[in-house]
Design a protein around this ligand. Structure first.
Ligand code: HEC
Length: 153
């Protein structure tokens, strides 16, 4: 039995990137540190950046034995994986279970997959699980940054 996952809203993760517009003009520059508290937006951006950096290292150590970003190895290449339909990299030899799963990779489906691929998609062939919640979150944040490079004409 295979779970059918409907397309989940692609909530843009980019909102955190549009900070720093409403600063006072440069001639207003203050010399005292009175208003120097960081805004919440800045803190969120920092947290996301930290997750992505940690995720990149974790990706190399946890996933790098089988995967790489731009080449099919034991597992399929990961560039563009976020938002992609499971089992859709050309020239990679997927299990039938993954191809027939109708899963779209987003935060929720990636989290389920990395927690226990066999439970999520029985019959798949990835023999690896990531039990730490933080590691999954950080790696997923990193995977999101791997946008396709060949999509723009
Ligand atoms: C022991 C080797 C191995 C390791 C380690 C491994 N994978 Fe995989 N991965 C595979 C294989 C094999 C497949 C293909 C599964 C299939 O076809 O059923 C796969 C498939 C995937 C897919 C599906 C991609 C697609 O195109 O549909 C994702 C996502 C994925 N792996 C993420 C990861 C991440 C993230 C890690 C590190 C936390 C990881 N894998 C670690 C072997 C591995």
């Amino acid at each position: 039995m295979i779970a059918r996952i409907s397309l989940v809203l692609f909530t843009a993760a980019m909102t955190a990137c549009s900070a720093a517009e409403d600063r006072p003009a440069s001639h207003m520059r203050q010399t005292s540190p009175v208003n120097a508290e960081p805004s919440p937006t800045t803190q969120n951006t920092d947290t996301l950046t930290e997750d992505i950096r940690a995720g990149e290292k974790l990706y190399a150590s946890r996933c790098g034995a089988c995967h790489s970003v731009d080449a099919n190895r034991i597992g399929p290449m990961h560039r563009g994986v976020y938002g992609r339909v499971a089992g859709s990299v050309a020239a990679y030899n997927y299990s039938d279970a993954l191809i027939q799963s109708s899963v779209v990779w987003n935060e929720q489906t990636l989290d389920l997959w990395l927690t226990n691929p066999q439970e999520f998609i029985p019959g798949q062939k990835m023999g690896y699980r990531l039990s730490k919640e933080y590691d999954r979150r950080a790696i997923i944040a990193f995977l999101k940054t791997l946008t396709p490079i060949d999509e723009t004409p």
